[in-house]
Write a protein that binds this ligand. Structure first.
Ligand SMILES: *[C@@H]1O[C@H](CO)[C@@H](O)[C@H](O)[C@H]1NC(C)=O
Ligand SMILES: *[C@@H]1O[C@H](CO)[C@@H](O)[C@H](O)[C@H]1NC(C)=O
Ligand SMILES: *[C@@H]1O[C@H](CO)[C@@H](O)[C@H](O)[C@H]1NC(C)=O
Ligand SMILES: *[C@@H]1O[C@H](CO)[C@@H](O)[C@H](O)[C@H]1NC(C)=O
Ligand SMILES: *[C@@H]1O[C@H](CO)[C@@H](O)[C@H](O)[C@H]1NC(C)=O
Ligand SMILES: *[C@@H]1O[C@H](CO)[C@@H](O)[C@H](O)[C@H]1NC(C)=O
Ligand SMILES: *[C@@H]1O[C@H](CO)[C@@H](O)[C@H](O)[C@H]1NC(C)=O
Ligand SMILES: *[C@@H]1O[C@H](CO)[C@@H](O)[C@H](O)[C@H]1NC(C)=O
Ligand SMILES: *[C@@H]1O[C@H](CO)[C@@H](O)[C@H](O)[C@H]1NC(C)=O
Length: 674
């Protein structure tokens, strides 16, 4: 008992007298000594031993200061202006930003004449200053800030995540983005506000006037090179007795600020913190100032909302991907002729207008180069409102992709994307037959030999489609603009079979007639049913067109087939020959072509030859039967029908198709007109 009084006296003495050569260590704040800390504002000591300076409420401040004031000047000095003492501190802190978004403001190690800061403001002022006291030399406040928001004066503390040395002001005399040096040179960034434990060292050499600030993650030992090393004379700033501690604040943005351990020493090396036993702050769960029931409700709602958002996000992403590329259905994956949209997009440079090499009624044709193989391709882009039965459509294209004939343009494949259907062909660099016959460019005239060869080639291609392949393929749109001419002046028939495919989306429209005015067989116009015979009719028109150099339908009531028939009846069939040929033709062949043209355009389908017969006639393997006035009887009816048909169409589509190109009006313009 006798010892109790002096011990108690000593304890009181140490509590309230200034401390020289102060040295202390808080290895966590759950020891009894921590209860003596001067805590203000939002500061609490957590049961786990963490000093929590602020929670995530807005515009709050928190302070925690060592209870004893510290003498920072050597009392023995004889000089009236002594130098401030050296001091060192090490502490471990954590800043936990809310999970909902960026956190804010910061915490500062502070040496201040008073542990209380009346009138101090939160936010940028860090709970230390306010707008009137900021920058005042009479503050005598030194602090090192660990700030997570852009500084008070934007031009000085530009980085949000930074460490700064502040004297009497929130303005930093020196600041650096939060980082530490690895092996002296390489800098590693430190994210101050992600809730990780961070160590900090502040070392001041009073004699050398050197202040060093160093930080590192908890698992990295003190880097040799400090983050900030500044020559600063603290002699005028610091007063004889000072309080050491921490201040933190929140503002518009808010984080929880924790000090987990703290060691301090004047004129000496602080005792090391045992970092192996430090608690770690929990991640912020957001606002928690509600009753448990309400909290549960909020959590339940949040779960539901976030799940909905996830679903929404999923669909948005899915749709986004769908928009940009395409989603594959299982059956599509097995289609060898299916192209990836992004490949075609790349090949045509994004379907650039300058890549357009042709524009038919059914859509534009783009030239492209496949990036993978360097192959030149032609991509026909068909815009359709809906393609029903994509599966059967695809299987049909798949089978068309297998067609191989020297007089057919090879259909390489297809691709669908939303409302667009893309058909990929070999690229044929020379124009279409129709441009060679009617194009006035260069005064180029196809010779008769060339024309005859082309007509034979087209017949051969059509024969292949009709009879020589495993399935009967009806072209449905035989016309001069669908005959492409390759470098050897051989014809390549394109767009075969597609007309049939177009029907997939239009089955309900029994009025659907696919073809091109002037090439449409009378029975096709009547019934809408295409057959190999209607292809033969169109081929017959093509024969006459190439021989006469005239469009199938001219101005007024002119119908090429009728006109040739009239001349034939009058015994002057050769008067119909293309004047551009300048009489350079083989009369026998010319007569054969013209008469075959008349035979093929017979109004009765059953009177027309098959393509096999056509090929035999052209090769002179078989004698063409005498042409009599087969057509004439009914020609008036045919022409009447054609012109009636035309009127319907013109009424609908004249706006987009000049009358001079009626002959080229084709399938989709008719579809569009309905
Ligand atoms: C945060 O601290 C302040 C001040 O102590 C207090 O008023 C407030 O309720 C706390 N907020 C939360 C969410 O704990
Ligand atoms: C402080 O808390 C830690 C756990 O957070 C515990 O291990 C330690 O024993 C506590 N110390 C005291 C003095 O209560
Ligand atoms: C925080 O303080 C600022 C400045 O005083 C004020 O503009 C802002 O509205 C406050 N925010 C909150 C959430 O109280
Ligand atoms: C200051 O002076 C006292 C006695 O005068 C002496 O005991 C002490 O060691 C001196 N302190 C320093 C830091 O020189
Ligand atoms: C303060 O430090 C400077 C530089 O180290 C030294 O020259 C001066 O004598 C010191 N003053 C006192 C009073 O110790
Ligand atoms: C700033 O704080 C001082 C006291 O520290 C107080 O007198 C003053 O009124 C405060 N100014 C403002 C604008 O709050
Ligand atoms: C500050 O850092 C420099 C350079 O790393 C070092 O030379 C100096 O001793 C350090 N001073 C203190 C007080 O730690
Ligand atoms: C620091 O400032 C004080 C007061 O102005 C002065 O007496 C002292 O010599 C300065 N120390 C150095 C190292 O410049
Ligand atoms: C640090 O704490 C651990 C666990 O409490 C202990 O085993 C270890 O010896 C301590 N290290 C030091 C240097 O005190």
């Amino acid at each position: 008992m006798a010892l109790a009084i002096p011990l108690g006296f000593l304890f009181l003495f140490s509590m309230f007298s200034p401390a020289w050569g102060v040295e202390f260590l808080f290895n966590g704040f759950n020891g009894t000594d921590a209860n003596d800390l001067i805590c203000e504002g939002a500061t609490i000591i957590k049961p786990s031993g963490m000093l929590k300076l602020t929670n995530t409420s807005h515009n709050i401040t928190g302070h925690a200061f060592y209870p004893k004031h510290i003498n920072l000047f050597d009392k023995n000095s004889s000089s009236s202006y002594p130098n401030a003492s050296s001091f060192s501190t090490q502490f471990v802190f954590a800043i936990v930003s809310p999970s909902s978004g960026p956190g804010g403001f910061g915490l500062a190690f502070t040496l201040s004449p008073s542990p209380k800061f009346p009138g101090a403001e939160p936010g940028h002022f860090l709970g230390i200053f306010n707008s009137t006291t900021d920058g005042n030399p009479s503050n005598h406040i030194f602090s090192v800030e660990f700030d997570t928001v852009n500084g008070f004066k934007e031009n000085s503390d530009t980085a949000g995540n930074h460490v700064g040395i502040n004297i009497n002001s929130v303005y930093s005399q020196a600041s650096e983005p939060a980082a530490y040096f690895v092996k002296g040179a390489h800098k590693e960034e430190v994210n101050l506000e992600n809730g990780d434990l961070i160590q900090a060292w502040i070392d001041y050499d009073g004699e050398a006037q050197k202040l060093n600030v160093t930080i590192s993650p908890i698992n990295v030992k003190k880097p040799e090179k400090p983050l900030l090393s500044e020559t600063i004379n603290l002699s005028t700033t610091l007063q004889e007795t000072m309080y050491a501690g921490f201040s933190a604040s929140t503002g518009e943005q808010a984080s929880s600020h924790y000090i987990i351990a703290w060691s301090f020493a004047v004129d000496g090396v602080p005792r090391p913190i045992n970092i192996s036993q430090l608690p770690k702050p929990a991640k912020e769960k957001g606002s928690s100032s509600y009753k448990p029931e309400i909290k549960a409700l909020i959590i339940a709602l949040a779960v539901v909302v976030s799940m909905l958002l996830l679903v929404l996000l999923f669909f948005t992403l899915y749709k986004g991907r769908h928009d940009e590329f395409e989603s594959l259905e299982d059956w599509e994956l097995d289609c060898p002729h299916r192209f990836k949209y992004k490949d075609l997009y790349a090949a045509t440079k994004g379907f650039k207008a300058s890549a357009v090499v042709g524009a038919g009624g059914c859509g534009e044709v783009y030239k492209g180069v496949l990036p993978s193989s360097g192959c030149e391709i032609a991509v026909k882009k068909i815009t359709r409102n809906s393609i029903q039965g994509m599966r059967s459509f695809a299987s049909e294209i798949e089978s068309l992709g297998k067609l191989r004939h020297k007089n057919l343009v090879h259909l390489q494949g297809w691709c669908k994307k939303k409302k667009n259907l893309l058909i990929v062909y070999d690229y044929i660099p020379y124009g279409s037959l129709d441009s060679l016959i009617f194009g006035s460019e260069d005064n180029f005239v196809l010779s008769w030999a060339q024309r005859f060869n082309i007509l034979k080639g087209v017949a051969s291609g059509l024969l292949y489609l009709h009879e020589e392949w495993e399935q009967v393929v009806i072209h449905r749109d035989v016309k001069s603009s669908n005959v492409l001419i390759d470098a050897d002046m051989n014809p390549r028939l394109s767009d075969f079979g597609l007309a049939r495919l177009y029907d997939h989306g239009e089955i309900s429209h029994t009025t659907c007639v696919v073809g091109t005015i002037g090439y449409i067989a009378p029975e096709l116009a009547r019934t809408g049913k295409a057959s190999t015979r209607s292809d033969v009719f169109a081929y017959g028109v093509l024969l006459l067109e190439v021989a006469c150099g005239q469009r199938p339908i001219g101005s007024g009531e002119f119908i090429l087939a009728d006109w040739v028939m009239e001349n034939h009846v009058m015994g002057r069939i050769l008067d119909t020959v293309d004047p551009n040929l300048d009489s350079n033709f083989v009369v026998k062949e010319m007569k054969l072509v013209l008469e075959l043209g008349l035979l093929c355009t017979h109004y009765k389908p059953e009177a027309r030859p098959t393509m096999r017969q056509v090929v035999r006639y052209l090769n002179e393997d078989e004698q063409l039967p005498e042409v009599e006035n087969w057509n004439l009887v009914d020609s008036r009816r045919v022409s009447e029908m054609n012109s009636r048909f035309m009127n319907i169409l013109l009424g609908d589509t004249i706006t987009s198709y000049p009358s001079s190109s009626i002959g080229e009006m084709s399938c989709s313009s008719m579809n569009a007109g309905r």
